[in-house]
Design a protein around this ligand. Structure first.
Ligand code: HEM
Length: 310
C-alpha cells in the first residue's frame, strides 16, 4: 500500500501544504532505498549533465542541503547512518551502502561530486534548489522527474516553472508563490501530488516522454474495467519545502512512491476516494495528466471496487 494517500472527498484545488513536525523526517528511507539509490547513481553515471545541473553562486546553499539531509538521516535512521564531526572535518558512514566518506565541510574539493549531487546519491529523493525573490531554480539533482527535466526548467522562476498548469489552478499557484517567498527558516512544509501512469518506471524525465506516450497509446485499447487495475499505477510524490538557514534558498525535495492500481483499489475505501477525486478533477487537469483516454474505464472500475463484497 502507498504510505500516503491523497484521495479524500474531492479534487483538492488548494496547495495542501502542512507543517513537517519535529518528529517527522524530511527525507524518508524505505525498502526501495538500495534499488533507487543504485538507479540514481547509474543514471548520473550515464548522463550527469542531464540529471544534475547547478548554476554558480549557490555553493553555500548546496552545503546547507548536505548538512540538513545528513543530520536528518542520522536523527531518524541512526542504525543505518552515522556522522562524526570534528570542526569542519566530517566523516559520513552509510551502512546501507557500506560507504564511508571523509570530507571538509564547505570545501567542495574534498568531495567526489558537488555537495548537492553527492548528498542526492545518499537519498531516494530528488533535490531541487530555488533561490532569490522570484524563487528561481538554480540547481537540482532530478532523476525521477514526472514529465519534466532540468534542461527545461533551470534558471526559471517558480511562476514560469508552472506555466503549463497555472491557467488550470491559478489561485493555488498564487498561494504557492507567496509561500515560496515567505516560508520561514525552521518551518518546513510538505504536500502530496498524484498521477496515474501506465508504467512504474521511476525516471519519467522528458527524454522518455515520446516512449511513454507511445506506451500509453498502445495500452489504451487493452484497458477495460476487468484489466485496468493490473495495467495502471498510482504515482504519488511527497514534496517538501525547506528554507535553508545560511543561504536563504529553498530546498524542494520529492520522494516518489508508486503502486499498482489494483493493489490500492483492493481497499474499497481507497477505491471510493480515488473515484471521488478523479471525477471532480477539472477536465483540463485530467488532460494535463494524460488521463482523458482511460478516465471513463477507470471510474467504472473504481465504482465496482468501491462496492463492499456481498
Ligand atoms: C506549494 C508549492 C507547490 C505547489 C502547490 C505546486 C503545484 C503544482 C501542480 C498543481 C502541478 C500540476 C501537476 C500535478 O498536479 O500533477 C505542478 C507541476 C509542476 N511543479 Fe509544482 N508545485 C509546488 C512547488 C513546486 C516547486 C518548488 C517546484 C520546483 C521545481 C515545482 C515544479 C513543478 C514542475 C516542474 C511541474 C511540472 C510542470 C510542467 O508540466 O512543465 N513545483 N505543481
Amino acid at each position: 500500500m502507498l504510505p500516503y494517500f491523497p484521495f479524500g472527498d474531492r479534487f483538492n484545488d488548494k496547495m495542501g501544504t502542512r507543517p513537517i513536525s519535529e518528529s517527522e523526517p524530511l527525507v524518508e528511507v524505505d525498502g526501495h532505498y538500495q534499488t533507487e539509490t543504485d538507479l540514481k547513481r547509474r543514471l548520473l553515471g550515464e548522463y550527469i549533465n542531464y540529471y544534475y545541473q547547478a548554476q554558480p553562486g549557490h555553493e553555500t546553499a548546496q552545503w546547507d542541503v548536505l548538512a540538513l539531509i545528513l543530520q536528518n538521516l542520522v536523527r531518524f535512521s541512526p542504525g543505518q547512518f552515522s556522522l562524526t564531526t570534528n570542526g569542519n572535518r566530517w566523516q559520513w558512514h552509510n551502512a546501507l551502502l557500506n560507504e564511508t566518506t571523509d570530507f571538509i565541510f564547505d570545501d567542495a574539493s574534498t568531495l567526489p561530486h558537488d555537495p548537492l549531487d553527492w548528498v542526492g546519491r545518499q537519498v531516494q529523493e530528488d533535490l531541487v534548489l530555488l533561490a532569490g525573490n522570484d524563487a528561481r531554480l538554480v540547481a537540482g539533482q532530478l532523476c525521477f522527474g514526472n514529465g519534466w527535466c532540468l534542461d527545461e526548467k533551470i534558471g526559471l522562476p517558480f511562476w514560469d516553472i508552472h506555466a503549463p498548469i497555472t491557467p488550470i489552478v491559478e489561485p493555488m499557484m498564487q498561494a504557492a508563490q507567496t509561500l515560496m517567498t515567505r516560508l520561514p527558516v525552521g518551518r518546513p512544509v510538505w504536500r502530496l501530488n498524484w498521477s496515474v501512469k501506465v508504467t512504474d518506471q521511476l525516471d519519467m524525465t522528458n527524454r522518455h516522454t515520446p516512449a511513454l506516450d507511445r506506451l500509453l497509446a498502445d495500452t489504451l485499447p487493452t484497458l477495460t474495467p476487468a484489466t485496468i487495475g493490473e495495467k495502471l499505477f498510482i504515482r504519488i510524490e511527497r514534496q517538501t519545502l525547506t528554507r535553508l538557514p545560511r543561504s536563504g534558498a529553498v530546498l524542494f525535495g520529492i520522494h516518489t512512491y508508486q503502486n499498482l492500481l489494483a493493489h490500492e483499489a483492493a481497499n474499497p475505501e481507497r477505491a471510493a476516494g480515488m473515484k471521488r477525486v478523479f471525477e471532480t478533477t477539472p477536465a483540463a487537469m485530467i488532460a494535463y495528466k494524460s488521463m482523458a483516454g482511460f478516465l471513463p474505464t477507470l471510474l467504472t472500475y473504481l465504482e465496482m471496487q468501491a462496492k463492499p463484497a456481498p
